[in-house]
Design a protein around this ligand. Structure first.
Ligand code: FES
Ligand SMILES: [Fe+2]
Length: 378
């Protein structure tokens, strides 16, 4: 595992022993795709038989990037420089013009699992990659839902993206031109935060509230409505379930079944300490045949998340300028603080494991602005 020295204290910049989302839907094809996750350059590709592979993007021969012009040849990837071929396990299986391939001619491969149209990758020790920990997201394959997906690269630390989705009080301000509503109504939302192992679940109920015009147009609500949002955080991804229904229908768990539902998957995949690959999917259970509506909702989502991106990038730049000044939390940061605690615990566990095993700790450049990120405590 890799760790960094920060202020004389050994800290990790990322959690490596974790499942991250490397792509959704048709992202991974027979064309090699370059991705950087936890500051490790990767090449991802799909073989002819349909398997997805992830290898370190650095040829064992002379260090060329396989993604920079490499070719997928059936079950292997061919380096663009001298044509060596590597299989999905990173083992060199062919050197043009030579009979014998040295067993040292290999590159690191990473465990990948494709499930519910999502490609998951494990960035740590392969021995710990337990597919049973990968969550389901059945809405991608359930015919009563339709979904769309989008990708944004955000120049900010991944934990700032977690904060963003775990403190929804930003919606009325940062999104006043898109999905923001009435701040006074919103202020009376009932909130519950629960930690469960490595998950934090934040639930917000807003009962008997005015129906926003867009909701009325979407679902045909006649009067006031109950609204519920459930945000479920695990390091690397956030699931957000948002539902609206006629007043009174939210009681006794009715909010899970009745009315209009959006299930959002937010993949928050760290690329570098200050860059994050943000992929989202948006599934809904109404007017699923209406393609124009799907496009309209997708365009609104993109505009909304671009507002987040703009805000987060300025925030990161300012925190990079002032790396040592701690940030001050409010009561609204309860879920944020829990999430940060989980991340710190997992990072500390990995660093402790490295120190015990003495295994290849390799220094990374000091992550700019990470001190401020790590300084945010509740
Ligand atoms: S550098 Fe890849 S084949 Fe030579
Ligand atoms: Fe937002």
């Amino acid at each position: 595992m890799r760790a960094v020295e920060l202020d004389g204290k050994r800290e990790s910049a990322f959690i490596f022993n974790n499942w991250y989302i490397a792509g959704t839907g048709g992202d991974i094809t027979g064309e090699p795709l370059a991705r950087r996750i936890c500051d490790i350059p990767l090449v991802l590709f799909r073989t002819r038989s349909g398997a997805v592979a992830a290898l370190e993007d650095r040829c064992a021969h002379r260090g060329m990037a396989l993604s920079a012009g490499g070719k997928c040849l059936g079950e292997t990837i061919q380096c663009p420089y001298h044509g060596l071929e590597f299989d999905t396990g990173g083992i060199c299986v062919r050197i043009p013009g030579l009979e014998r391939v040295s067993p040292d001619m290999r590159i690191r491969s990473f465990p990948v699992v494709e499930k519910d149209a999502v490609v998951w990758i494990w960035m740590g020790d392969a021995a710990g990659a337990d597919p049973a920990r990968i969550p389901s997201h059945p809405y991608h394959s359930d015919s009563s839902y339709v979904w769309s997906r989008g990708v944004l690269e955000v120049n900010a630390n991944w934990e700032f993206l977690n904060d963003n989705l775990l403190d929804l009080t930003h919606v009325q301000y940062a999104h006043r031109n898109t999905i923001g509503g009435n701040p006074d109504e919103d202020a009376r939302a009932q909130i519950k935060v629960q930690r469960n192992g490595r998950r934090v679940v934040l639930t917000r109920w807003l009962r008997d509230t005015a129906c926003p015009p867009f909701h009325k147009q979407l679902y045909g609500f006649k009067g006031r409505i109950d609204r519920v949002q459930e945000v479920e955080f695990t390091p690397g991804y956030i699931f957000l379930h948002s539902s609206s229904m006629d007043v009174g229908d939210s009681v006794d768990e009715g909010w899970r079944r009745k009315g209009m539902h959006f299930y959002q998957m937010h993949a928050i995949t760290p690329q570098t300490p200050t860059r994050t690959l943000y992929m989202f999917t948006m599934s809904r259970n109404f007017k699923t045949e209406d393609r124009a509506l799907t496009e309209q909702i997708h365009a609104l989502s993109m505009r909304t998340f671009e507002e987040d991106k703009a805000m987060l990038e300025v925030q990161q730049a300012r925190c990079t300028e002032y790396p040592d000044i701690p940030l001050v939390a409010t009561k609204h940061d309860t879920a944020t603080a829990q999430a940060r605690r989980i991340v710190r615990e997992m990072m500390a566990e990995e660093v402790a494991g490295d120190q015990r095993s003495g295994s290849g700790v390799k220094d990374l450049p000091r992550p700019v602005g990470t001190a401020a990120v790590n300084n945010l405590r509740a």
